[in-house]
Design a protein around this ligand. Sequence first.
Ligand code: AMP
Length: 211
Amino acid sequence: MNIILLGAPGAGKGTQATKIADKYALPHISTGDIFRENIKNQTEIGLLAKSFIDKGQLVPDEVTCKIVEERISRADCKDGYMLDGFPRTIAQAEALEKITKIDLVINIDVDFSLLMERLCGRRVCKDCGESYHVSRLNGTTTCARCGGELYQRKDDNPETVQSRLDVYNAQTAPLIAYYTEKGNIFNVISDTRPPEAVFEKIVEKLDTLRK
Ligand code: AMP
């Protein structure tokens, strides 16, 4: 099954994506993670991506689409995959449509007023990518899942988060209507529910589709 996870920054896409990928043995493709890996390795793509990511802007469609096209053409994606953070523009969705068929778009809906606080307090594991909120860490600096070191993403600061939210509203939110029209979107609300309850809803939907 080919799945897209949509949602504003901080909606919990990464957390759900990891759980879905584990349960259904799907490759988890996060364009944000691919860019961060390229930045770490100081590749040409990394250098280019950094200049946009640091400002809270989107990396140009052309570059992003090429990366995704190459990634989903690999053998491990032949029985399905899960895209986390792609597409983020209508142009990306149209490019994707030309190369593959999408079975389900999961949209994680969240109250916007929660996101600034969530993102600025987010700490992420360097090794497995698990996210935490600083208010619940009680000073712990290591990951409860794998023991890796926790860090704060450079783009999780108030100024950059504001531009990421503005970019989401202007360029990514229109995808909800785009996929609603196509009839394969599943909306799930994450506001007050714990991630486990959101995951349960997603599993219910995926299990029905797989039957
Ligand atoms: P994320 O880890 O999904 O929050 O992504 C971090 C940053 O990477 C975003 O703020 C963008 O600058 C960039 N990025 C990730 N995915 C995309 C995409 N599909 N299109 C353009 N830029 C992206």
